[in-house]
Ligand binder design. Structure first.
Ligand code: PLP
Length: 359
């Protein structure tokens, strides 16, 4: 039996993907080897690598003037690589602070140059995406950094800013969850372990023109140009993670692409938000209505005691990973692409039943 996996990350992988990987594990396409045993310079592997690249381009509508890179070091290394490559002397990197991961990105940028907080919702314990800022203030800045979905707090940008300077988004926890206009961004990055597959690979989508503007004096492996020039094969890439990414992308395509995935995600999140909204205040959403996330649904119960009881009973019914992050408390249901609709409907039903028995 498969658990109802609501973990925040690493997160659920679609079952058909796991089954296909299992089937192919020992003998990949009659090579007599596992995909993880193939040379990264072999034609067989290169096909997997290029397929992942082209599928991502197709699914997100990434134009030809963007590079798609497969890197390592997680989204966390991007927090450092971005300023290392793009924050030049005399320039300022601007940040909109919407959660703990924005904080971490800002902290790393400070090692490399001037930074400025354009807006922040920290004082409200990150219950919403900040709206009180003027983009006129970022003129001449190196770039504007945002976190599109705040995994810990359960908030998500609904409309991205029309930034006059390069816009960079950490989309680690919501890439491929809904349709986006890639051309609004100079760079998008995401660790794979939520919507893209297992951990180990980090996807970077970067506009070529922006890449060309990067600094030259950056160590080879940390320089985006190195990876762009070498089709992300400068050194040994995380081949198995990229293979799994390619299978997840095939699966997204089979689901009807991102457009249909978005529809399903809206339905999934709808079940759980409805259970919160119809609970007569028993469950309280952490996020304000205008900032609610499709991917991480954060809520509290009336007391610590009831929260513990809820989590215990949920676990007994195979609902896994519902404890909230310690900085928010309460509960969090992560409803990434691979979490089936039935799991969300079942959780909503359980929430209502629990409320009726305990209020
Ligand atoms: N950014 C966001 C929005 C995240 O949710 C996470 C991890 O949960 C990270 C960055 C860090 O990612 P990684 O562990 O790949 O460094």
């Amino acid at each position: 039996m498969r658990a109802y996996n609501f973990n925040a990350g690493p997160a659920a992988i679609p079952l058909p993907v796991l089954e296909r990987a299992q089937k192919e594990l020992v003998n990949f396409q009659n090579t007599g080897m596992s995909v993880m045993e193939l040379s990264h310079r072999s034609k067989d592997y290169e096909e997997v690598h290029n397929r992942a690249n082209s599928l991502l381009r197709e699914l997100l509508g990434i134009p030809d003037n963007y590079e798609v890179l497969f890197l390592q070091g997680g989204a966390s290394l991007q927090f450092s690589m971005i300023p290392m490559n793009f924050l030049k002397e005399g320039q300022t990197a601007h940040f909109i602070m919407s959660g703990a991961w924005s904080d971490k990105a800002l902290k790393e940028a400070k090692f490399f140059g001037e930074t400025r907080i354009l807006a922040s919702s920290k004082e409200d314990n990150y219950t919403h995406i900040p709206t009180d800022y003027s983009l006129d203030e970022v003129k001449d800045g190196a770039y504007l950094h945002i976190t599109s979905n705040n995994t810990i707090f359960g908030t998500q940008w609904q409309n991205y800013p029309d930034s006059p300077i390069p816009l960079i988004a950490d989309m680690s926890s919501d890439i491929l969850c809904k349709e986006i206009d890639v051309e609004k961004f100079s760079m998008i990055y995401a660790g794979a372990q939520k919507n893209l597959g297992p951990s180990g690979v980090t996807v970077v989508i970067v506009k070529k023109e922006f890449l060309e503007s990067a600094k030259e004096d950056v160590p080879t492996i940390l320089n985006y140009r190195t990876h762009a020039k070498n089709n992300s094969l400068f050194n040994t890439p995380p081949t198995f993670a990229i293979y799994m990414l390619s299978l997840v992308l095939e699966w997204v395509k089979e689901q009807g692409g991102v457009k249909n995935i978005q529809k399903i995600n809206e339905e999934k999140a709808g079940y759980i938000y409805s259970a919160i909204d119809n609970s007569e205040g028993f469950y309280k959403a952490h996020a304000t209505d205008d900032s609610r996330s499709l991917m991480n649904i954060t809520f509290t119960l009336p007391s610590e005691e009831l929260t513990k009881k809820f989590l215990q009973e949920a676990k007994e019914r195979q609902f896994i990973g519902l404890a909230g992050h310690r900085s928010v408390g309460g509960c969090r249901a992560s409803t990434y692409n691979a979490v089936p609709k039935e799991a969300c409907a079942a959780l909503a039903e359980f929430m209502t039943e629990f409320k009726n028995q305990n209020s």
